[in-house]
Design a protein around this ligand. Structure first.
Ligand SMILES: [Zn+2]
Length: 255
């Protein structure tokens, strides 16, 4: 696990698995933890890391309903987790789905956890909308296309964008809920990225504005070419591309 301070009020923790990010945003004496690392030790270390940094934990947010982003309550049992309305609906429609996927993952890698995952009372946030944090307001923007649900979180006073599973410098797009929706999300994110000092993708390191715009342009070109039936050039420098690219082509045949 890697932890990087982007600002005195913002930390990013990167899991060793899939480099899943967990972002900590502070304003005044409150702080939110957005998404989660994946491995048991990483989740155990998280509360101590916040304490060391002098961040007083207030609550959990998740950018979308994929299980690897939902593990915050394993680090902060009893905390409320807030998600977009679309994510709350997805979780309601598949009760126990995240827990099942987590158990499959743990089984595959023989991992032990101190307690099973319970999401508790999930709070549904209106998106687009706002969410208050210590005297500032986080802006919540719809981010669907990777999955049917989700939101991007924009902290205007920090110029930090936490975008969920978009704009990853290490993973090509996975438009599980449709390429058109994914492209529409990229278009919505673009104008936030242009104003951002840091863009934090769901997987991979935080980027500056220029790098994030490069990733956005590469992903847009890849997806539009795929949609047009052309031989899409897979963006360079990403991981596991052969598998994800074939899944994207297979999905296209079903659309
Ligand atoms: Zn993810």
């Amino acid at each position: 696990m890697r932890a990087v301070a982007l600002h005195e009020d913002a930390l990013v923790v990167e899991s060793s698995v899939w480099r899943t990010t967990c972002t900590v945003l502070r304003s005044g004496d409150e702080c939110f933890v957005v998404d989660s690392p994946v491995l048991p030790e990483e989740l155990e270390l998280l509360p101590g890391l916040l304490e060391q940094a002098g961040f007083a934990f207030s609550g959990l947010l998740a950018t979308h309903g994929d299980w690897d982003h939902l593990l915050g309550r394993l680090a902060f049992p009893g905390a409320a987790i807030a998600v977009a309305e679309t994510t709350a609906a997805r979780l309601r429609a598949d009760p126990g789905g995240a827990q099942r996927s987590l158990r499959e993952f743990d089984e595959r890698f023989y991992l032990e956890r101190a307690a099973p995952l319970s999401l508790g009372q999930v709070e549904a946030l209106a998106v687009p909308g706002y969410c208050e944090l210590g005297g500032h307001e986080l802006e919540l923007h719809p981010a669907d296309g990777h999955t049917v649900d989700g939101m991007a979180v924009w902290a205007p006073w920090l110029a930090i964008l936490v975008c969920g599973d978009y704009l990853s410098p290490i993973e090509i797009p996975m438009p599980e809920a449709g390429i058109d929706a994914y492209l529409a999300t990229l278009a919505r994110l673009e104008h936030l990225v242009e104003q951002a000092t840091h863009v934090i993708p769901g997987h991979g390191s935080a980027m500056g504005c220029d790098q994030a715009l490069t990733v956005l342009a590469e992903d847009r070109l890849y997806l539009t070419t795929l949609l047009d039936g052309g031989e899409a050039a897979v963006p360079k420098g990403r991981r596991d591309t052969a598998r994800i690219h074939s899944a994207n082509i297979a999905r296209l045949d079903c659309e």
